[in-house]
Design a protein around this ligand. Structure first.
Ligand code: ADP
Length: 446
C-alpha cells in the first residue's frame, strides 16, 4: 500500500479523499491556491503546499508545479479527484514519466474517451448502443444541414471536446441549425480551444442514467449498479439517486453488462462511469465515459457499502478485486443533493463569507463538505460547496429524510439553492419518479 498521496484538487472532494487516506493510514499532501489558504481541506491534510494564485490556471491546473511538490514531498501517488486535471492526459503522462502513480486509468484511455467522437467510434466498434448520429467531424453548415435531414430533427450539435454541459445545442429545423452551428462552434473554440463538432439525434424527454464500473489492472471488471442523474439544470446535474426509480431489473442488468463490455473493449482500469441516455421505452444509448471519480459517487457507496476512493487506491496499487459481480450489494435507496452557493431565483453564483453553517445530523444523513462557518466562497471556483446524501430503506423514506435534512440545513452569509432543492423534493412528480432531464424547466417552470 502507498505511504503518501498528493491530492491534486480542492474543496469537498479533497476533504473526502483525505478521509479515506486516513482510514488506510496513508499520509496526505494537499496543494492549494492563495484563495484557499484557510480552506478546510488544507487543514485536514498532513502536509499542505501553496502552489500559486487564485485562478485555476495559476494553481490547480499548473501541472509542473504540482509535479514539483509531489517530488519534493516524496509522494508515491496522486489522486486527481474530479474536474481540474483529472481527465488531462498530459498530466497523467507527466506522472508516469516521474514514476508517480496516477490514481486512475492510463493517459491513452483518458485521451481516447476525452474526445466524444473517438469515444463514439470505440463504443460502436464494441457493439454498445450509441445515440443515432455520426462518428466524424462535421465539415461546414451545409454538411450539418444535410446530416440533420438524414438523422431526422430534432438534432443536437455537440462539440467533440465538450464537457460540463457546454458546447451542446438543439435544433428543430434547418434555420435553427444554421444559427446553432455558428454559435456552438464559437463557444467550443472559446471554451475548449477547438471547434470540431458532430451531431446526434436529440432524444426527447430522456433520462440520464449512468453505470459505475470498477476494473483492476488484471482486467477484472464489475458494475456497481446505476445512478439516475436526470434532475439537471442547463445539462448540469443537481440531484442524483441510486437505484433509478425508472429501470426494470432487466434493463438494469443489460446496461450494467453493456458498461462492463465497454470498459473491457478499451482496456479500462480503475473506477469509471459510462453515461447513458435512456428514452421513454427504456432504450439506452451511450453518451460518454467519465474516466474518473464522479461528483455523485456517494450514492453508489451508500447502496453497495463500498468506499470507491479506497477501491481506486487499492487498484492503483496493483491489488486485485476481491469480489465478483454476484457479491455487489444493492441495499436501500440513496439520494444526493448538490448544494450550490447561488441565488435560487437568478441562478447567479453567490460568493461571500459563510457566517454560520449548521448541518443536520442523524441516521442515514451523510455530508461531504468543502466549507465551514467563516469559510469564504470565492468566485474563482465551481460554486458547489457541499453535498448532502441521505440513505433509507425505500425511495419515499429517503425523500422524506432529505426534505427534513434540507429544512434543517442552515447557511447564512451567502445564498444557496436549498429552496430550489426543496421545491424539487416536495413535488409530486418527483415523488412519482417522473424525472426527466427537463424536469426543472418543464415541471418547476424556472
Ligand atoms: P457533457 O460532457 O457536457 O456533460 P453529455 O454528453 O454528458 O455532456 O450530456 C450532458 C447532458 O446533456 C445529458 O445528461 C442530457 O441531459 C443532455 N444530452 C446530451 N446528449 C443528448 C441527446 N442526444 N439527446 C437529449 N439530451 C442529450
Amino acid at each position: 500500500m502507498f505511504h503518501k498521496i498528493l491530492i491534486a484538487n480542492r474543496g469537498e472532494i479533497a476533504a473526502r479523499i483525505i478521509r479515506t487516506c486516513e482510514k488506510l493510514n496513508i499520509q496526505t499532501v494537499a496543494v492549494y491556491s492563495e484563495a484557499d489558504k484557510e480552506a478546510t481541506f488544507v487543514r485536514a491534510a498532513d502536509e499542505a503546499y501553496l502552489i500559486g494564485g487564485p485562478r485555476v490556471s495559476e494553481s490547480y491546473l499548473n501541472i509542473e508545479k504540482i509535479i514539483e511538490v509531489a517530488k519534493a514531498a516524496h509522494v508515491e501517488a496522486i489522486h486527481p479527484g474530479y474536474g481540474l486535471l483529472s481527465e488531462n492526459p498530459e498530466f497523467v503522462k507527466r506522472c508516469e514519466e516521474e514514476g508517480i502513480v496516477f490514481i486512475g486509468p492510463t493517459a491513452a484511455t483518458i485521451a481516447k474517451m476525452g474526445s466524444k467522437i473517438e469515444a463514439r467510434k470505440a463504443m460502436a466498434l464494441a457493439d454498445i448502443p450509441i445515440v443515432p448520429g455520426i462518428e466524424h467531424q462535421l465539415l461546414n453548415v451545409e454538411d450539418a444541414v444535410f446530416t440533420a435531414q438524414k438523422i431526422g430533427y430534432p438534432v443536437m450539435l455537440k462539440a467533440s471536446a465538450g464537457g460540463g454541459g457546454i458546447g451542446m445545442q438543439v435544433a428543430f429545423n434547418d434555420v435553427e441549425l444554421e444559427k446553432a452551428f455558428i454559435s456552438n462552434q464559437k463557444r467550443a473554440l472559446n471554451f475548449f480551444g477547438e471547434g470540431s463538432m458532430y451531431m446526434e439525434k436529440y432524444i426527447e424527454n430522456p433520462r440520464h442514467i449512468e453505470i459505475q464500473i470498477i476494473a483492476d489492472k488484471l482486467g477484472n471488471t464489475v458494475y456497481l449498479w446505476e445512478r439516475e442523474c436526470s434532475i439537471q439544470r442547463r445539462h448540469q446535474k443537481v440531484i442524483e439517486e441510486a437505484p433509478s426509480p425508472f429501470l426494470s431489473e432487466e434493463t438494469r442488468r443489460q446496461m450494467g453488462e453493456s458498461a462492463v463490455l465497454a470498459a473491457k473493449a478499451i482496456g479500462y482500469e480503475n473506477a469509471g462511469t459510462i453515461e447513458f441516455i435512456v428514452d421513454e421505452e427504456q432504450n439506452y444509448y451511450f453518451l460518454e465515459m467519465n474516466t474518473r471519480l464522479q461528483v455523485e459517487h456517494p450514492v453508489t457507496e451508500e447502496i453497495t457499502k463500498l468506499d470507491l476512493v479506497e477501491q481506486q487506491i487499492k487498484i492503483a496499487c496493483g491489488e486485485k478485486l476481491t469480489y465478483g459481480q454476484k457479491d455487489i450489494s444493492k441495499e436501500g435507496h440513496a439520494i444526493e443533493a448538490r448544494i450550490y452557493a447561488e441565488d435560487p431565483v437568478t441562478f447567479f453564483p453567490s460568493p461571500g463569507t459563510i457566517t454560520n453553517l449548521e448541518i443536520p445530523n442523524g441516521p442515514g444523513i451523510r455530508h461531504e463538505l468543502g466549507v465551514e462557518t467563516n469559510s469564504t466562497v470565492t468566485p474563482f471556483y465551481d460554486p458547489m460547496i457541499a453535498k448532502l446524501i441521505v440513505t433509507a430503506n425505500t425511495r419515499n423514506e429517503a425523500i422524506e429524510l432529505m426534505v427534513h435534512a434540507l429544512q434543517n440545513y442552515e447557511v447564512t452569509g451567502i445564498k444557496t439553492n436549498i429552496p430550489l432543492l426543496l421545491d424539487i423534493f416536495e413535488h409530486e412528480a418527483f415523488a412519482a419518479g417522473n424525472t426527466t432531464t427537463n424536469f426543472i424547466e418543464k415541471t418547476l417552470k424556472v
